[in-house]
Design a protein. Sequence first.
Lengths: 435, 299
Amino acid sequence: MTFGLPFVLGIGLLAAAVTVALHFLARAEPAPWALPTARFVPASRDRAVSRAIAPRDLLLLLLRLLAIAALTLAFARPALAVRERPVVTVVVADLSRAADRRAVAAAVGTAEPGSTRIVVLDTAARTIPAESLAALASASAPVARPARLSAGLLRARAEAVEAGREADSVRLVLVSPVTREEVDAALRDVRALWPATIELRRVGLVEPPRAEPRVALRATADDPLRATLALEGRPVVAADVSGTAVVRLVRTASVSSSDSAFAVAGGTVVHWPAATEGADTTGALRTARAVLVGLLPRDARGVRLDAGRATAHWVDGVPAADETTLGRGCLRRVAVPVPAVGDLVLRAAFRGVTRDLLAPCGGVRDLRPAPDSVVAMLEGASPGRAAAVAAADLASPRSEPRLVRLLLALALLALLVEWIFRRRLDQADLAPVSA
Amino acid sequence: MADRPASAAPEVGYGPILDALRGVSWPARLTSRGATSGTHVSRLRGASAEFTEYRAYRQGDDPRRLDWRLLARTDRAFVRITNERSVHPTRLVLDASASMAFPSRDEGKWAAARRLAVGLAAVAHAAGDPVGIVVSGTSRALPLRARRGVVAELATLVDAVAPAGDAPLAPLLRSAARAPRIAIVTDLLGDADATIREAGQAVAAGTDVLLVHVVARQELELPANARLVTDPEDEALRRPLGAGARAAYRVAFDAWRQEMARRWRGIGARYVEVIDDEPAEHAIRRIVAPSAGASDGRR
């Protein structure tokens, strides 16, 4: 039996000790006995004290201790769960766009059913049956958006708490390339929630694209972005060209159905209308890697973020572009007016902004390996640090409601019997057996 | 005073007592004043067969009572005097104060008092004497009656009473003094002094007064595990009961009982002490015996 609140046992032990002490130390005035000839008893300053401990008082003491013991055990949240196995392993398998999925599946290895739990990390973290990892790794298409290791570790910790109900201890394994794009500001705090070390199995990266994708431009002949793309050296193809190595740039007022179909098929559609409404200005525009400073006109309507994520911001924080997943691809909406005159489109900063806005779905990829400090932080190896966490340290075991009810009923019964027995003793004291 | 249903009264059982008292007589200590024919010697002189003495013939005597043989022998006229017998009405006065309900478990004193009252009534009634009863603290009373069933009525009356309160006995004696014989059954823990005064006046008026003092065994032998005692009629009185207090209590209680016996006998009444665990038939035989609780002088 284990206890969810073991400190309650100490409280119960203290209560029992106090009860025993009071039982033997109490000196209360005994119940008076009605005697019609009491007037003949001489008046005295002596005090009547209770009789010395008698065997029947020990029964009262035992009943009281039984009630205290039952109440203590009930409130200490007892659990009769039997530990089925000594150690359970929780594996975080990184199947994000940065990882070589087959390599990850191979690094995980053969998982022993019941002893290993698999948490898959792509755009979100979820638990899957161990036997389905191989099929998942080979069957699903690469995910466009980056994954975050912090999400994977959080899900893994929750899984470890569940696993701790069946095991004595839990160990955590992370199978991932650990790239920079998977590291976010919350990773350090999330890592601190796991008190033991993490076994890190680093795998190879997915093959990054050799070149930037071509741009399929649907715009007028004198569109200023043609100059930007030319300066960037980005090859521009016809607007109807498709394929994953093509980013379709639509400069018309709306996207067409073919554009949507292109996105659903896995392509990247950037809707960057040439016409704008309203007049507003701001001082800077920021994307993932570039910042453009200057007196910039902007669309007063802004960009409404419905289901997408912002990929560019004005200096005041208003989103300037967002990206929404469509099928296997995405639609990126840009609300950055491009002046028809002037040299803004020729500036290097603008070209950098354009480069980020024309990135494939998921934004710019930073598949560089994370710094060694991040890796060391993840592993958390230090003298005295355990490789696994004891199950009791993860969460309190679920108490057995039936056992708790039984203990409470036992306590109530003991108190009832004690009350009845005490009343009978008091009545016997008042009317002792005649000679 | 509380009445209680007969079913709630502790079972006393008068049958065995009444059976054991068959044939027991309760002779009058004083000559009876009654005119009704009975079994007790009467103050009146009559013409029965029980010859007592001769008296000189006076004018007006019934000539049929002349002893002609004596006249023939002595030439002097004498009349035969014989004793008359009459009934001796007995009124019982029963103390039903709270102190009689002791010990609380079985109300031993009250049960003993009821058995004594019913037994004495049965003995008196068997001799043809009218019996009646008054109970302190209640309006329940039975006038003097000699008819059949009066003992059962008396038993039913006392069974319906629950001892409580502290009603005095002295007023009851005042009203009961008209009976030739009064038997008081009490523990004397109430208005003892006033009761003695009234009894003394009744004795002086020619009433035969018997005092049956009921004492509980547990009042004589206090239980060992009693540590603190209180008077049920005065809850402010609480006394610790140590070893020294027990011995002093017994001495004081014995002295008080002896004082009571002396005072009751001193006024001319009879005093008999009965312990509650003594069989009622034995106690009643002791009570009705001619020598029981003799007073200092016999009238």
